[in-house]
Design a protein around this ligand. Structure first.
Ligand SMILES: [Zn+2]
Length: 207
């Protein structure tokens, strides 16, 4: 029976992953079976142990498999005056790779999407507010790094309004023309924002 054949089960399980159709699932399964049994075993081990251990960091809500707080929250060298709010755990990795940021994070696990029923209660907003009033009261700047999409902007605006009275400085990540990009291929919203958020260079201050 196909349903109990382990290879068929593997293909079926792989095809449940986002962005993986059945054909890709088959290709992956055959790659693992033919070329890389070691990878298969270490993958299985990694999946099992993270499924058991992964949890949300009690401080920043990022996913971690460490006991207690995550690696970033536990690092005494991080700048505890800066806190960057992101939508997803992947965004933390992306910002870490830039090597431009050494502060703390807060992961919302999504953006506000009222039409899909995602309100502030579905996100880690309450956790953000309470850490800013409690253990992270020393934060002086909150960087709103939700994505520059309609939902991401609405989320940033919502947080900005809620944090307005808190006394922390608020900033929003800039967005604009990608490095290596051409102005003529840039959509008008991005171009307008790039102009609106232009910054000073040399001795000239834009007005
Ligand atoms: Zn953490």
């Amino acid at each position: 029976m196909a349903g109990t054949d382990p290879i068929a089960v593997l293909v079926k399980q792989l095809s449940r992953l986002p962005g993986i159709g059945e054909r890709t699932a088959q290709r992956l399964a055959h790659y693992l079976l033919n070329e890389n049994r070691d990878l298969m075993k270490s993958l299985a081990k990694a999946l099992e142990s993270t499924a058991e251990k992964a949890h949300e960091c009690p401080r920043c809500c990022n996913l971690t498999a460490q006991e207690g707080v995550c690696r970033i929250c536990a690092n005494p060298k991080r700048n505890t005056e800066l806190l960057c709010v992101v939508a997803r755990p992947e965004d933390v990795n992306a910002i870490e790779k830039s090597n431009e940021y050494s502060g703390l994070y807060h992961v919302l696990h999504g953006t506000l999407a009222p039409l899909s029923g995602v309100g502030p209660e579905q996100l880690r907003v309450k956790a953000l507010m309470s850490r800013l009033m409690g253990e992270d009261a020393g934060v002086s700047e909150v960087v709103l790094a939700t994505p520059p999409t309609v939902d991401g902007e609405a989320t940033a605006l919502f947080l900005a309004r809620n944090l307005d009275q808190s006394g922390v400085r608020l900033s929003r990540i800039a967005s604009g023309i990608p490095v290596g990009g051409q102005l003529q291929y840039t959509d008008k919203v991005t171009l307008a924002r790039a102009l609106a958020e232009r910054r000073e260079i040399g001795g000239f201050r834009p007005v």
